[in-house]
Design a protein around this ligand. Structure first.
Ligand code: CA
Length: 538
C-alpha cells in the first residue's frame, strides 16, 4: 500500500510540474514576487521563507558531505538559504565539472570550483556563467569593501574584458616570498674556527674547508659541501644568483620598475654561471647529484648516521635533517657578491585564486546567492571557511582573535582541517592584515614570518610578477612557446654550471632563445603586466 501511495505522490508531483510548465508566465511571476517579498536586501536571515540552491563542489577525501559540515549548518540557520550540495571527490572534480558544463546540466553555482582563467573567460563570454560585478556592488558589502580596500585583488580577479566572473580565494600569508631558505652547518664552522660567511667568497672558502678538513671527524672525505635540487621550487640556488645583482627564479622572470626582465639572458646571470662553474663545480663543492636527485634522495642525505651535509636549500631546514639536527644549521642572509650586490628574489604570483565561486545562468536567485556567498567574505567567517569553525578549531581570545584550540588526540592539523572546513580552495579571503588580528597563524608559520623578516626581507626585490588574468589567445601563445623554452634554458643552466663553456656558447644560446620565441613571450608578459597595473589605478 505504502509504495503505491509513494508512486502516486511522485506522479502527482510530476503532474504539478507539467502544469506549472504549461501555465507559463503568470505562475512564475507570482513565485518571483513571493520571493521578492521574502528577500531581505540587508541583515539576516537573507530570506524569510527558506530557499534552496543547488551547488556543486569538490570535497577532500576525509571531508564529510558539506550538508553535514558544522560551518554550513550554521550558515543555513542564519540565512534561511538551504544548499543542496553535490559533493564530488576532489580527485574527480575537474572531469565531473567539465561533464556538467558540456551537458548543460548546470547547478545554481559551483563552489570551491577552481575555475581556470580559460574557463572563466570562455564560459563567461558565452553566458554560461554570470558576470558578477553588479551583484557584488549591490548585494556583497563584505566583498565590495575588500575590493575597495585592495585594488590589487580587484585587478587580479577582473577578466581582460572588464568583467568579474569568479570570486576570489586567498590566504595571504606571504610565507612564500622567498622559498629558498639557505642554511650552513654552524657546528662545522665553529669546529674549523670560521665565522658565518657574509660574502659569496667567504661562503666558498667555508665549502672548501668542509670538503678538505674532515669536519665530521670520521677520517673520510665524505662531506657534501653543498647540495640542492637544480631548478626545483624551494630547493634551487636561484636565490644565490642575487649576489651578482639579479636573483633568478623558476620562471626566470623578474620585474623592476614595471619592466619584465628575462633573467637567463642577462649579464648578471652569465657571471653567476661562470662563478658557480669555476669556483664551485670545478672544485668539487657541489654535490653532482644536485642535477638529478629527487626529493627522497635529497632528504635522505640529511638523515645519514653521521652528518655529511655542509649547506643546503629548502623551505624548512627541519624537513631535511630532522628537528634535532637542524639546530646545528644556521640560516644565511643573502651573500654579498663580488660587486657588493646583496639581494634575494621575491617569488612570482602568489595572488588570489579567482575561480572559487561562479553563478550559472540557470540560477533564478542570483541576488540571494550573492548575499549567501558574501557572508563568507566577512573576515571571521572567511577564516572559519578556510580552517574550521569556532568551538571546534578556534576559540576567541580576550581581543576577539581566533586562536587555535588543541587538536583532537591522534589527528594532524592537515587531516582535521579536511574534516571541518572546505579549506584553502574555498571562497573567502584572509588578508595579511587579518592574519594575527582576526586569526592566528599556526606556530610553524609564525616562525617562518620571523625568519623572513630577519634574514631576507631587508634584501628583497621590491616587485614580483603578479598572478595575471590573461586572454585565451595569450594563454595559447604562452603554452605554445614557454614549456620548451624553459626546458632548454634549464638544461643549459645545468650544463653551464657542470661543463663551463659559458662564454664560448653564450651567443648561440641567445640566438636559440630568440628562435624559440623569447621576444614574443616577453611581450605577452609585459602587456599582461601593463594591463594589470592600469587596472590598479582605475
Ligand atoms: Ca669526513
Amino acid at each position: 500500500m505504502k509504495s503505491v501511495f509513494k508512486r502516486a505522490g511522485i506522479l502527482m508531483m510530476a503532474g504539478a510540474f507539467a502544469l506549472s510548465g504549461c501555465s507559463g508566465d503568470s505562475k512564475n511571476q507570482s513565485e518571483n514576487s513571493d520571493q521578492a517579498a521574502s528577500f531581505n536586501k540587508t541583515g539576516l536571515p537573507i530570506v524569510n521563507e527558506p530557499v534552496s540552491l543547488r551547488m556543486v563542489s569538490p570535497k577532500a577525501a576525509l571531508a564529510p558531505e558539506y550538508s553535514q559540515m558544522e560551518i554550513f549548518k550554521q550558515l543555513e540557520e542564519q540565512t534561511n538559504v538551504k544548499i543542496e550540495w553535490e559533493n564530488i571527490p576532489d580527485t574527480d572534480f575537474t572531469e565531473k565539472k567539465n561533464l556538467l558544463l558540456a551537458s548543460g546540466d548546470l547547478p545554481d553555482a559551483f563552489y570551491g570550483a577552481g575555475f581556470s582563467d580559460y574557463e572563466l573567460v570562455n564560459y563567461g563570454t558565452d553566458g554560461t556563467i554570470l558576470p558578477l560585478e553588479d551583484l557584488i556592488d549591490q548585494y556583497a558589502p563584505n566583498l565590495k569593501a575588500l575590493l575597495e580596500r585592495r585594488p590589487d585583488i580587484k585587478s587580479s580577479i577582473t577578466a581582460p574584458d572588464g568583467h568579474i566572473y569568479g570570486l576570489p580565494s586567498w590566504e595571504e600569508n606571504n610565507l612564500g616570498t622567498n622559498p629558498f631558505f639557505h642554511v650552513i652547518n654552524k657546528k662545522w664552522l665553529d669546529k674549523l674556527g670560521m665565522k658565518m660567511p657574509q660574502t659569496l667568497d667567504e661562503y666558498t672558502e667555508a665549502l672548501v674547508a668542509f670538503k678538505t678538513q674532515d669536519p665530521n671527524g670520521n677520517g673520510k672525505a665524505d662531506e657534501i659541501p653543498l647540495s640542492f635540487m637544480h631548478m626545483q621550487w624551494c630547493m634551487d640556488i636561484a636565490g644565490i644568483f642575487g649576489a651578482f645583482g639579479l636573483p633568478d627564479n623558476m620562471e626566470h622572470r623578474v620585474v623592476r620598475d614595471g619592466k619584465v626582465i628575462f633573467t637567463a639572458t642577462q649579464p648578471e646571470y652569465k657571471e653567476a654561471l661562470n662563478y658557480f662553474h669555476e669556483k664551485w663545480y670545478k672544485q668539487g663543492l657541489i654535490d653532482p647529484e644536485s642535477f638529478t636527485q629527487d626529493a627522497a634522495q635529497y632528504l635522505a642525505k640529511g638523515k645519514t648516521t653521521i652528518e655529511t651535509l655542509g649547506s643546503y636549500i629548502w623551505w624548512e631546514a627541519d624537513e631535511v635533517v630532522g628537528s634535532e639536527r637542524s639546530k646545528v644549521y644556521a640560516l644565511l642572509s643573502p651573500l654579498k657578491g663580488p660587486n657588493g650586490d646583496q639581494l634575494i628574489g621575491r617569488g612570482n604570483g602568489g595572488g588570489p585564486g579567482r575561480g572559487a565561486f561562479v553563478i550559472t545562468k540557470e540560477n533564478q536567485n542570483p541576488e540571494i546567492t550573492m548575499r549567501w556567498i558574501d557572508q563568507q567574505y566577512e573576515p571571521y567567517m572567511a577564516a572559519q571557511i578556510h580552517w574550521g569553525p569556532l568551538d571546534i578549531v578556534f576559540k576567541k581570545d580576550e581581543n576577539g582573535k581566533l586562536v587555535n584550540l588543541p587538536l583532537p588526540e591522534g589527528t594532524s592539523a592537515g587531516e582535521f582541517r579536511q574534516k571541518v572546513a572546505p579549506g584553502a580552495g574555498g571562497p573567502g579571503v584572509i588578508t595579511i592584515e587579518d592574519l594575527g588580528k582576526v586569526v592566528d597563524l599556526e606556530p610553524r608559520a609564525q616562525q617562518r614570518v620571523k625568519d623572513l623578516e630577519k634574514y631576507y626581507d631587508p634584501y628583497m626585490e621590491e616587485e614580483n610578477y603578479p598572478s595575471i588574468f590573461f586572454e585565451p589567445e595569450e594563454l595559447d601563445k604562452i603554452n605554445r612557446i614557454e614549456p620548451e623554452l624553459i626546458k632548454y634554458v634549464n638544461t643549459q643552466r645545468g650544463k653551464f654550471i657542470v661543463d663551463g663553456d659559458v662564454n664560448e656558447q653564450w651567443d648561440s644560446y641567445l640566438k636559440n632563445l630568440e628562435k624559440m620565441g623569447l621576444n614574443e613571450l616577453m611581450e605577452i608578459y609585459q602587456n599582461g603586466l601593463d594591463r594589470y597595473n592600469a587596472n590598479l589605478n582605475k
